[in-house]
Write a protein that binds this ligand. Structure first.
Ligand SMILES: C[S@@+](CC[C@H](N)C(=O)[O-])C[C@H]1O[C@@H](n2cnc3c(N)ncnc32)[C@H](O)[C@@H]1O
Length: 351
């Protein structure tokens, strides 16, 4: 894997290009995963692009875990403008990944920078020629061994090796209706994965969904490798969750029929959940807020300090207030408009 040198010799530079309609949610997911992968790293965001300083290569981890990533890669060369970048394309990192037997393609991605179309095409040609001179590799537009992307921002032009992510595609296909058991209240796999990532769920950790319904969240947490426990009052939905988990070849889980106001567990590493809210829910408004209050009170007892809770509700529930009242630190508070009557609120809290 090629790296570029920075002031700290052990730190390398990577980039991530996020996808999805909600930039704030995608950023929260990537920040949480990068934190989980390597302590004390920084991400600098420019719209959908994030530049990551990291002591260990986060690319395989982000490709396997993140839902809202379009591509990730490592930074090969950078300059303050297109001309400077061209002059900086020399051997070093490029010759570690390209040689006369390998092929490459070049794309350009601009954010907050205006290129005339002609100027842009010429720049792609110039970058391609320069890479060929340096590496003797050939150009292949459709089946390249190495995909090069030039990320152009107002104050920097960055040449990167890019790896496309397929997680979003896989997760989008795992719709509630494609599951062994379906119920309209179930969470889709994409949002469930994002929430598990924001909650920093790790393999072998214990994860609780105290409103587990048909198990959308439980399935994603279990696929990450966590030990999952679900609680729900509704027996039919619990049976559905069991069917969905078994259908994914997950055999090690606990499902409890009960009321989340009396959670019968003594220890959990994290909680990922969505209490009943929204127009179709029978427990809208006041009742949903009372359920969340009770969950907060109890979770302080059975989740160790530093464990995370990620919860999805509606804006009108004003869940942040509930966490502020008990002095818990809210790490992310994200609003996602769904339709005129509903704005989703996703909160991640350190317990
Ligand atoms: C929005 S659905 C949950 C979807 C689920 N988390 C998923 O990932 O697919 C809310 C669920 O909360 C359950 N519920 C409502 N009040 C409850 C309570 N007091 N205790 C336990 N479950 C409850 C409902 O039966 C329903 O299945």
């Amino acid at each position: 894997m090629a790296i570029i040198s920075t002031s700290d010799a052990s730190v390398s530079k990577y980039y991530v290009h996020i996808s999805g309609s909600d930039i704030e949610l995608a950023r929260a997911e990537i920040e949480s995963l990068v934190d989980l992968h390597s302590i004390g790293v920084g991400i600098l965001w420019y719209g959908r692009l994030g530049f990551i300083d990291c002591k260990s290569n986060p690319i395989p981890f982000l490709l396997s875990r993140a839902a809202l990533v379009r591509e990730v890669g490592n930074v090969l060369h950078e300059g303050s403008d297109p001309e400077t970048l061209l002059n900086r394309i020399t051997k070093g990192p490029l010759t570690e990944i390209l040689n006369s037997k390998r092929s490459f393609s070049v794309r350009i991605y601009t954010t907050d920078y205006y290129f005339e179309e002609e100027e842009k095409q010429q720049f792609i040609i110039d970058v391609g020629k320069r890479i060929q001179e340096v590496t003797r590799a050939s150009v292949s537009l459709n089946h390249a061994d190495v995909n090069i992307v030039v990320n152009v921002i107002h104050n920097k032009v960055v040449l990167c090796e890019a790896f496309k992510s397929y997680q979003r595609q896989v997760l989008t296909q795992r719709t509630p209706s494609a599951r062994a058991f379906f119920h309209p209240s179930m969470m889709n796999a994409l949002l469930a994965r994002v929430m598990c990532n924001i909650a920093s769920v790790q393999p072998d950790q214990s994860v609780l969904d105290p409103f587990c319904g048909g198990g959308g969240i439980l399935c994603e947490a279990a696929l990450i490798g966590a030990q999952v426990t679900g609680i729900d009052m509704n027996w039919r939905l619990l049976k559905g969750a069991q069917k969905n988990l078994i259908d994914l070849n997950i055999s090690d889980f606990s499902l409890i029929q009960g009321d989340s106001r009396k959670i019968p567990v003594s220890y959990m590493d994290s909680i990922v959940t969505d209490p009943p809210y929204g127009r179709t829910s029978s427990t809208r408004g006041e009742n949903a807020i009372r359920l969340v209050s009770s969950l907060i009170e109890q979770s302080i007892e059975f989740v160790e300090n530093g464990g995370r809770l990620c919860i999805c509700g509606s804006q009108e529930m004003n869940m942040r207030n509930l966490f502020d009242q008990v002095g818990l630190s809210v790490k992310y508070d994200i609003l996602i408009p769904i339709h005129s009557g509903l704005t989703r609120n996703i909160l991640a809290v350190e317990l």
